[in-house]
Design a protein around this ligand. Structure first.
Ligand code: B16
Ligand code: MG
Length: 220
């Protein structure tokens, strides 16, 4: 079937916000008296803010009251937003604009499907918001990936059948969500980690126009 709707994850696909999430979580961990490594931050990719704090507190072996938990969530996000404030178009990952332009020129409906509650301001900062017909983010969904809710909602908003949708994802849970939604999953990143994806690319520089044409014309 030819593919008529395209859904993009945000962190790890369009921009690398993981490094800012890391710095903000590390600051909180250090304040609470323990270390948080870049390797541990890998567990946080594609995971909701609340779930991330639960994992962080497990790492530090810290029991929190509900009030402390809520305070730390706010504190981490405020620190994260300070980094976001300084973002500009130079932080867009390689060749993302080329792919967005290619699809836009062909009037292909496009959506964002992200766990982040900060997705819209980030897209505004890097000046890519205008490409998207729909933004489905952490504010719109109740179930986290690998639940397919985020992508099914995006398909519905685009008015495209799920089986005619393509999803670009950098997280294992996101690939799983796309597969459960019966969409064409495309892994962006390490192929050995994203092995469940239908197609794999290290990044968008490896994805040529023929491949994209192939998706549109049902020849791949
Ligand atoms: P926020 P994605 C995810 O983005 C990040 O990968 C993950 O580390 C973060 O915790 C989550 O967004 C929520 O972000 O705190 O901004 O709501 O990959 O789903 O675009
Ligand atoms: Mg991601």
């Amino acid at each position: 079937m030819s593919k008529t709707g395209f859904i993009f994850d945000l962190d790890g696909v369009i921009v690398d916000t993981a490094k800012y999430h890391y710095l903000a979580w590390k600051k909180l961990a250090n304040e609470l008296g323990f270390e948080f490594t870049k390797e541990q931050n890998e567990l946080f990719k594609g995971v909701s803010r609340k779930k991330c704090l639960e994992i962080l507190l497990d790492i530090g072996n810290i029991k929190a009251t509900q009030e402390q938990f809520d305070t730390w969530m706010v504190e981490k996000n405020e620190d994260y937003l300070e980094f976001i404030e300084k973002m500009d178009s130079s932080e867009i990952l390689p060749d993302v604009p080329r792919v967005l332009k290619f699809l836009k020129e062909r009037n292909i409906p496009m959506a964002l499907g992200s766990a982040s509650k900060n997705a819209k301001p980030i897209l505004e900062k890097v000046k890519l918001l205008h490409y998207f017909d729909s933004i489905v983010d952490g504010n719109s969904v109740t179930k986290a990936k690998p639940d397919p809710e985020v992508f099914l909602m995006a398909a519905e908003n685009l008015k495209v059948h799920p089986s005619a949708c393509v999803v670009f994802e950098d997280a294992v849970a996101g690939i799983e969500a796309a597969n459960i939604a019966n969409m064409t999953s495309i892994g962006i990143g390490d192929e050995s980690i994203l092995s469940e994806a239908k197609f794999n690319f290290k990044d968008f520089t490896e994805m040529d126009a023929d491949f994209l044409e192939g998706l549109l014309n049902e020849s791949v």
